[in-house]
Structure formats: C-alpha cells, structure tokens
Write a protein that binds this ligand. Structure first.
Ligand code: GLU
Length: 279
C-alpha cells in the first residue's frame, strides 16, 4: 500500500458549490483508491470573511455528499502562533521586509517608468530596503524573492494532473519576474497569508498529495519555494479541471445557484452531484 494522505481545505467564506464538491469527492476517492487517508482542514485565517455558519454548512454538505474524514479537523485559526514562528524564522534569515504600500501605491509605482522590473504584475520593490525593525502596525510582510532564490538549491515538484503533468523545476529568474515579493504576513491582522499557512499545515499533517483546482496551480511554485526555504517536504500535486457554468466561467462562492445546499434543498441526490461533476 502506498502512502496517500490528502485533504480538502475550504475557507468558510461562503457556501460550498459544485466545484468544491468535485474537489472534495475527487480527493476523497483518490485517497480511498490508494488505501490512504482523507483529511478536512478549515482555512479560516481571514477573520473578516470567515463565518461560523459557513463552517457548519461545510460539515453538513460534506456529510450529505457521503464523505468521511479523519478527526480532529485542523482549524487554521487555532494555529496562528505556529505560522508566526515560521514567518519569523524567515525574517531572521533576512528574507522578509515590512511593506506599507496600498494597492493604489503599487498601481501608481507600476505605471511610472522604471528600470529593472521585468513584469508589470509583480510588486515594484518600493519597501524592499526597509529592515524588520522598521515594522509598523498595519504593515504587510513581504518575501524578498531575490534573496529567497539565493538561499535554495535546485527545487522541483511533481504534478500528476492532466493539464500540467510532469516534474517542474523552479526557474529562479521566473520566480523573481513572475511572482516577485509575495505578501506572506497580512497587514489587517497578525496572521500569515494562506499560501504560507497551507504549506506549514500540509507538512504538519503529513500530506503526501495535494489535490485541488487548476486555479491554484501557479501558487504551487511559490509554495514549493517556501517548502525548500523552511526545510519542509514537497507533496505530489494534482491540479484538477475546474467546474464551469454554462458560459464557461469558473464558479464563485457567491454563485449561490450552484451551492450544494441549494441542490440539497431542491431534492438533488449525492449521486446526481457526482454525475453532474463527471465522477
Ligand atoms: N483554502 C483554499 C481555497 O478554498 C484551498 C487551498 C488549497 O487547497 O491549497 O481555495
């Protein structure tokens, strides 16, 4: 029996929809087919958007879908100090700096003529010179990507999803140009971005496989880099197709029409849901 530990990691910011059902069912089915384990993790670090009623609905919907998971369920809001510890360990290595730029500051800096910035999407580095001792309340914390790529050797991850199948080697220059100085510590509250929290928890929970939607494929590059920096193992990634509406748009949390709870109320069965998502 191969080790296969995976998870479904929703954020309780709205009702689960068909896309979530597909993700949870697929991860669950893959774990069971491999004789492995399926975990549920509640990614509730964003206290402004997460609500207890959405969390309660996640459990209800998942039970109704016929899913079972290992307990206890990890709730990220109960582990904030672990995330801070990891973030500060990166700061101690000179990899993190405080940033006070607002979205409009960044837009303005990006529209001004500048040298040495390859991609118009990445943070232009306005605060990069600031030491951590300069941190003020309300500052976000960013990763100094140029420093980060210097501190790791060759890094790669394995992908088994159809769209990106293969072994992907991280290219330092592309990390700098296309991802840049990502926010790892959020400005609103003393917490870390979900990219970092997920990496820490995937390691803490012993994930061997991460099964999730293709919309999260790009952040895998940043997450793999963070794993290398923190000395954490890199799981195998499986990014699955997205469930789309009739116009081809991916479903959003606010798309209540396709909420699992709406289907439930209308008398749809869990078997119907499986068929609808192509399982
Ligand atoms: N919490 C994320 C979401 O709801 C999922 C993160 C992950 O699966 O790595 O989109």
């Amino acid at each position: 029996m191969t080790d296969f530990i995976t998870r479904f990691a929703p954020s309780p910011t709205g009702p689960l929809h068909l896309g979530h059902a597909y993700s949870a069912l697929l991860a669950h089915d893959m774990a069971h087919a491999a004789g492995g384990k399926f975990l549920l993790r509640i990614e509730d670090t964003d206290i402004d958007r997460c609500r207890p009623e959405w969390e309660a609905l996640i459990y209800e919907d998942m039970h109704w879908l016929g899913l079972t998971w290992e307990t206890p369920v990890l709730r990220q809001s109960e582990h904030l100090s672990d995330y801070q510890t990891h973030l500060m360990s990166l700061a101690d290595r000179g990899l993190i700096y405080p940033c006070s730029c607002s979205r409009s500051d960044i837009r303005a800096a990006l529209s001004a003529p500048q040298e040495g910035v390859a991609s118009p999407q990445t943070y232009p580095g306005t605060c990069r010179h600031r030491p951590m001792s300069d941190r003020e309340t309300g500052d976000a914390l960013r990763l100094n990507m140029e420093e980060a790529v210097k501190q790791v050797g060759a890094v790669s991850f394995e992908e088994t999803g159809d769209a990106y199948k293969g072994c992907h080697l991280l290219d330092p220059q592309r990390l700098i140009n296309e991802i840049g100085d990502a926010v790892l510590g959020r400005k609103e509250i003393e917490t870390v971005s979900y990219v970092l929290a997920a990496v820490i928890d995937d390691a803490a929970q012993g994930m061997t496989h991460v099964v999730r939607g293709e919309d999260l494929y790009q952040i895998t590059y940043l997450q793999t880099l963070l794993q290398a920096l923190l000395g954490l193992p890199t799981p195998i990634y499986h990014h699955h197709r997205l469930i789309r509406d009739e116009s081809g748009n991916r479903l959003a949390k606010r798309d209540d029409a396709r909420a699992i709870s709406t289907y439930r109320a209308e008398g749809t069965t869990p078997e119907d849901i499986r068929k609808m998502v192509g399982l």
